[in-house]
Design a protein. Sequence first.
Length: 504
Amino acid sequence: MSKTWVLVAAILGSSMSFIDASAVNVALPIIQRELVATSGQMQWVIEAYALFLSALILVGGSLGDLFGRRKLFAIGIAIFALASIGCAAAPNIVVLILARSIQGIGAALAVPESLALISVTFTGDERGKAIGTWSGFASLTGAAGPVIGGFLAQTASWRWVFLINVPIAVVVLAIAILCVPESRDDDGARVIDWTGALLATVGLGALVYGLIRVQLADGRTDGSACIAGGLVALAVFALVERRERHPMLPLGMFAARVFTVANLYTLGLYMALGGALYFFPYLLIDVQGYTPTAAGAAFLPFVILQVAFSRWSGGLYHRLGARIPLVVGATLAGCAFLLYSRPGVGSGNYWTTYFPAVLLLGIGAVFFIAPLTTIVFDSSDPALSGLASGVNNAVARTAGLLAIALFGIIFTSVFAAGFDGRLAQAHVSPQMRARAVAQVARFAGGTVPPDVPAADRPAVTLAVQQGYLAGFRAVQYASAGVAFLAALTAFLALPARTERARPV
């Protein structure tokens, strides 16, 4: 009976993170309007969470092995829930970003322990079925997230998007404390690589901060300095991990060529996904006039395809090898991003504009999501399969973290380049035009600030919509290029058939 409760706790605990990640994205335009935030600040609402999750997720797994997986799982859930309350109560954007950072720390403890609890509780075929069940529910909660987030933001408040985590957390904590047995690795190393964790957090944080600062006209100098500092910290991190006796990230794993290529592919493709799709809810709500609920439902075809074909796609690697599924998947994703760029402002309905792009991206993901996971497992030492999965998960999270900041530079540059000309064509008053150009960061988020005079508001709104669409298209082109590069990498560097790695 305890096995069932372990699976229930792991599924519910993970669902908090999955729902939160997908639901918050849809609520971002509403949050921006209410808290009067700039585009850079809104990026940090996502980046703060992703930073601590990606930098600490491997440490979270090690802490569970050392101090107890149930204990760390419960602590992570409690931190996540308390931070969710902080997000919901945030009076301004700064407090929201801080609370999102704490959420990321909680997720870095809870997410790896959910799978670790399943791994130590189930064996043989039972383990495969349990992980499959966990994965299926993860897809379902991911699908529900945007719809729930859009509905709550539209009918109640964006704050409820965070509060829905609290009752789930109470149930998970009760199950974990009462029904889940404790486990730890008594034979493992009794050392945590805190130096590596600190360097990874500082390096990624400085890099992302610098990239977001570069987007501002007055932030290029200190932004460049932060980027340089972040790169130095990450270089030191690599040196420390190479010499560390018990590293957070064993670099020796990358001696396996297929494992390295698979992670490079993950970095590129998930960067393209994260950058392209971050701006999508803004486009639908602020430019195309979708309701938050409709915007949340717009991505459902993608998730439905993953749920419907998950079992079929899981066997693609063993039927076709490593190269074909990854090349096909990335190529279709690149073509989908090009389709995302086609519609204009107010052009047609969803079914003739964005549905074909969402559908094609979903088909592409069928070819790369499950096969990529299998390739990562099979290309690493079986004794390190859990760590290999954790590394690949961290790479995917880091890709999303960097994507928003990198593609944000492309977006704001394109938006700002034509903004003055669009305002001039729209016959905005000279005073309003000068103020808008000087404060372009306030307008680049797609929302017209409330202090714009009523006489100028229609013209400014049109200029903002046209500028946002131009920036969105540039991001889609860049995402397509990165996806095609990932496909080329897989085609040139992966063998047609891949044998499972031997223990070393």
